[in-house]
Write a protein that binds this ligand. Structure first.
Ligand SMILES: *[C@@H]1O[C@H](CO)[C@@H](O)[C@H](O)[C@H]1NC(C)=O
Ligand SMILES: *[C@@H]1O[C@H](CO)[C@@H](O)[C@H](O)[C@H]1NC(C)=O
Ligand SMILES: *[C@@H]1O[C@H](CO)[C@@H](O)[C@H](O)[C@H]1NC(C)=O
Ligand SMILES: *[C@@H]1O[C@H](CO)[C@@H](O)[C@H](O)[C@H]1NC(C)=O
Ligand SMILES: *[C@@H]1O[C@H](CO)[C@@H](O)[C@H](O)[C@H]1NC(C)=O
Ligand SMILES: *[C@@H]1O[C@H](CO)[C@@H](O)[C@H](O)[C@H]1NC(C)=O
Ligand SMILES: *[C@@H]1O[C@H](CO)[C@@H](O)[C@H](O)[C@H]1NC(C)=O
Ligand SMILES: [Cu+2]
Length: 579
């Protein structure tokens, strides 16, 4: 009897064990998880655009750089070797980097730069993110040419929450300078003036047919009648928010920033730098060639911007043969909103929902209010006029809560935190604006000059955080794409004017708000985001217009360790670059 029972018990547990294993295999959570090894060589590469050849900085000689394609759950190990003449770091934009902040990449925040001749290996695992992210340099303005796609397919053994697309393509929107972008930012830093705007926008590194000497390389995306394809659109432009559309085709948005969204249909996208949008398109139009086009959404008033249009071509495989003698083969032009069409940008950003009910934090531990905007510094006494070429002899600056962020140069913030090195930063970033004023009104000139500082805001592990991001009209109101490292956040509301703490909470979407890593804060308006501080480390939050981060539109959170190893940041890798 006893023996038999033992046997049954044993075979039952063996059975259970085997079925668990089978389940694990079916889920792929153990069986198929992969580690992908890559070598990134950062180097100067001659590239011809707009009739001229320039040496630009690339990864592996490619522009845009290599596409990384993995599955949710996989690990990436990327050895970056710097063979260029500039310091460099690489940021894996949108990757949560749970406990692996050393691999995040922003220069002087989570690491010191990889110097010319040196290398550093980034190791991290994708946990629970699916869709489109990207990678880019996070040092000076190198990301103008050093960027590429990071495509995360569904977990092994699972599929998309929409019918599997027949084909997939990635469209990296970029910006091209007919000169060295590093020289452009250095000149701006010297003169205090706004940097020169780019000379072209690009799709997958190509300006397209509407620019001189550019039609040969135009990106062509194939489609067949009747099929549904997935397009992954990334705004990797340095300084410009962009509208995007495809002639005669509707776009069904299904994801953004590597989170799925409730599908909605639109004829135009607006992406701030840093944002990604995944869309389905159907081959439901007569076989032909259709332009896919992008151009500026420019919300700042009286500010110069590149007023040109980049194009790629959506080509039906059965389309009439192009370039036959005497037959016009010009693709059908896409229509795009006016450069200042804030209504269209707003309608688009308000259409985003999570696919289902989500767990938005409701009890808030940290109720923060950050103003974001530009500023003007009066010319320092010891500066020549040539160094104060901003409006009326000033120098442009930028700030959050009136602090213009200054990066350290002797230690990274994360190293200083981890090793307890004093004097590198303080933790007194203000939770509220030091001065209340009519943020979006006629702001007195006396408030234009922020204070430089390396101030962090400390968060306890696991605390729930709400941030009201409030644009100001200092110098000019503008839509700022604000990006938080190490986290995704829910965007629970946005609006125009000054945030009203009595009335506006009634508009909060606590049911199915979208989960993103970059929020385009409306021009002369505000956005409210929420997240749980469950990832220890030092995480920069900044405007993704590089011109603004250069001027100081940033701050950083210091998220403390929780209890035990799994709530603590890992030890730094042995090859971590130090200053
Ligand atoms: C942009 O360019 C178009 C024509 O190329 C012109 O009609 C329009 O006025 C320009 N807009 C601005 C704001 O420069
Ligand atoms: C957009 O700019 C044009 C001039 O280029 C102007 O006429 C129009 O009023 C502006 N629209 C908005 C909404 O500001
Ligand atoms: C520059 O000075 C002019 C004339 O004094 C004034 O109208 C303008 O508003 C000033 N601009 C800024 C940005 O202060
Ligand atoms: C690091 O640099 C800061 C700012 O220049 C300085 O105040 C601090 O003393 C330096 N720390 C060390 C340990 O050298
Ligand atoms: C804005 O305020 C300044 C004084 O701070 C005043 O001179 C100016 O007329 C005001 N402008 C508007 C449009 O109200
Ligand atoms: C920022 O701080 C400086 C220095 O205290 C002050 O002059 C300025 O008015 C402040 N501006 C704002 C918007 O708080
Ligand atoms: C590169 O970074 C190091 C700090 O790690 C710094 O000392 C050096 O000046 C930087 N070089 C350039 C060209 O910026
Ligand atoms: Cu900005």
């Amino acid at each position: 009897m006893g023996n038999l029972d033992m046997k049954t018990l044993l075979s039952n547990s063996v059975f259970l064990f085997i079925s668990c294993l089978l389940l694990l295999f079916a889920n792929g959570s153990l069986a198929n998880v992969k580690t992908h090894y890559h070598d990134f060589i950062v180097q100067a590469t001659p590239v011809k655009r707009l009739c001229k050849t320039h040496n630009i900085i690339t990864v592996n000689g490619m522009f845009p750089g290599p596409t990384l394609e993995i599955n949710n759950g996989d690990t990436l190990v990327i050895k970056v070797t710097n063979r260029a003449r500039y310091n460099v770091t690489i940021h894996w934009h949108g990757v949560r980097q749970m406990r692996t902040g050393w691999a995040d990449g922003p220069e002087f925040v989570t690491q010191c730069p990889i110097r010319p001749g040196s290398s550093y290996t980034y190791r991290f695992t994708i946990q629970g993110q699916e869709g489109t992210l990207w990678w880019h340099a996070h040092s000076s303005w190198l990301r103008a040419t050093v960027y590429g796609a990071l495509i995360i397919h569904p977990k092994h053994g699972s599929s998309y929450p929409f019918p599997t697309p027949r084909r997939q393509a990635t469209l990296l929107l970029g910006e091209w300078w007919d000169g060295n972008p590093i020289d452009v930012v250095r000149r701006a830093t010297r003169t205090g003036a706004a940097p020169q705007v780019s000379d072209a926008y690009t799709i997958n590194g190509q300006p397209g047919d509407l620019y001189k000497c550019s039609s040969k390389g135009t990106t062509i995306i194939p489609i067949d009648s009747g099929e549904t394809n997935l397009l992954r659109v990334v705004n990797s432009a340095l300084n410009q928010e962009l509208f995007f559309s495809i002639a005669n085709h509707k776009l069904t948005v299904v994801g953004a920033d590597a989170s799925y969204t409730k599908p909605f249909t639109t004829s135009v996208l607006m992406l701030g730098p840093g944002q990604t949008t995944d869309v389905l398109i159907s081959g439901d139009q007569p076989p032909n060639r259709y332009y896919m086009a992008a151009r500026a959404y420019q919300s700042a008033q009286n500010a110069p911007f590149g007023n040109t249009t980049t194009t790629a071509i959506l080509e039906y495989k059965s389309a009439p043969c192009p370039a036959k003698k005497g037959i016009s083969s010009t693709p059908i032009m896409a229509s795009l909103p006016a450069f200042n069409d804030t209504n269209t940008a707003t309608t688009f950003s308000r259409s985003f929902r999570s696919p289902r009910r989500v767990e938005v934090p409701t009890e808030i531990d940290e109720n923060l209010f950050f103003t974001i905007g530009l500023g003007l510094n009066n010319c320092p006494k010891n500066f020549k006029p040539s160094r104060c070429q901003g409006p009326n002899g000033t120098r442009f600056t930028s700030s959050m809560n009136n602090v213009s962020f200054v990066l350290p140069s002797n230690f990274s913030l994360l190293q200083a935190h981890y090793q307890g090195i004093p004097g590198v930063f303080t933790t007194d970033f203000p939770p509220n604006p030091p001065l209340k004023f009519d943020y979006t009104g006629n702001v007195s000139r006396s408030l234009f000059q922020p204070v430089p500082g390396t101030k962090l805001y400390k968060l306890k592990y696991g605390s729930t955080v709400q941030i009201v991001l409030q644009d100001t009209s200092i110098v000019t109101p503008e839509n700022h794409p604000i990006h938080l490292h190490g986290y995704d956040f829910y965007i629970i509301a946005e609006g125009f004017g000054n945030f009203n703490p009595r009335k506006d909470p009634a508009k909060f979407n606590l049911i199915d708000p979208p989960l993103r890593n970059t929020v385009a804060v409306p021009v002369n308006g505000w956005a409210v985001i929420r997240f749980v501080a469950d990832n220890p480390g030092v995480w920069i939050m900044h405007c993704h217009l590089d011109v603004h981060i250069t001027w100081g539109l940033a701050m950083a959170f210091l998220v403390e360790n929780g209890v035990g190893e799994l709530q603590s940041i890992e030890a730094p890798p042995p090859d971590l670059p130090i200053c």
